[in-house]
Design a protein around this ligand. Structure first.
Ligand SMILES: [Zn+2]
Ligand SMILES: [Zn+2]
Length: 213
């Protein structure tokens, strides 16, 4: 898990967007044309883990939760989803380990450098089952969809960010074109709620069928 240098984050947050996330400071121009994916590498100098992603990512965003991997000194992680069929570990997969086996999202990290390579959900009833979480900043390939919002913003308080700086932080995120939310974005929250409705309906039907049989 990315180590946050708390003091430098707290001292350094004077509106510098690199403290929010290094990539937030230099937003790349939108990629023209189709982009079919690329490779992600961990930060090991020797024998890095390489993951191939054969698709463009969706819902790329910054995340303020304390569990996603962050580059050192950054307040937020940058994370996106991609269909799990599009993800393959192609080099040094033996260095991967699950960060927290009790977590719904199994975050597979490099045992040597600590970078999270893939987050996977193994619970079929989960709203995001079938999607893997990846950090596109681990790729040298140009063309990944840029982050479009910031999730779990209030969670940065859990890592020691000063509460009185929150209005400034939210304003800064907005100025970067990253609307701040304290959960996920409205469209993703809609997906979760819609999924919950259908799951409860299908469970109800199964119970009725059992009563009738
Ligand atoms: Zn590594
Ligand atoms: Zn997160």
């Amino acid at each position: 898990m990315g180590r946050i240098d708390r003091d430098s984050v707290l001292r350094g947050f004077d509106g510098q967007s690199r403290v929010i996330h290094p990539r937030a400071a230099k937003r790349e121009a939108p990629h023209e044309g189709a982009f079919g994916g690329g490779h992600l590498s961990c930060q090991c100098q020797d024998s890095p883990i390489v993951v191939r992603v054969d698709a463009q990512v969706q819902h790329n965003h910054l995340c303020g939760c304390s569990r996603c991997w962050k580059p050192d000194g950054a307040l937020f992680s940058q994370i996106a989803v991609v269909p799990r069929e599009a993800v393959a570990v192609v080099e040094n997969g033996d260095k991967l380990g699950v960060v927290d086996p009790s977590s719904v999202i199994r975050r597979y990290a490099c045992r040597d450098c600590g970078v999270h390579m893939v987050g996977r959900i193994e619970t079929p009833s989960h709203s995001f089952y079938g999607l893997d979480f990846v950090h596109t900043e681990l790729s040298k390939d140009a063309g990944w969809a840029a982050p479009t919002f910031a999730a779990y913003v209030s969670s940065v308080l859990e890592t020691g960010f000063p509460a009185d700086q929150m209005p400034f932080l939210r304003a800064q995120l907005r100025s970067l074109g990253l609307e701040p939310y304290d959960c996920l974005s409205p469209d993703l929250m809609d997906v979760i709620s819609h999924h919950a409705y259908f799951r409860s309906r299908s469970l109800g039907r199964r119970e009725m069928a059992e009563v009738a049989s």
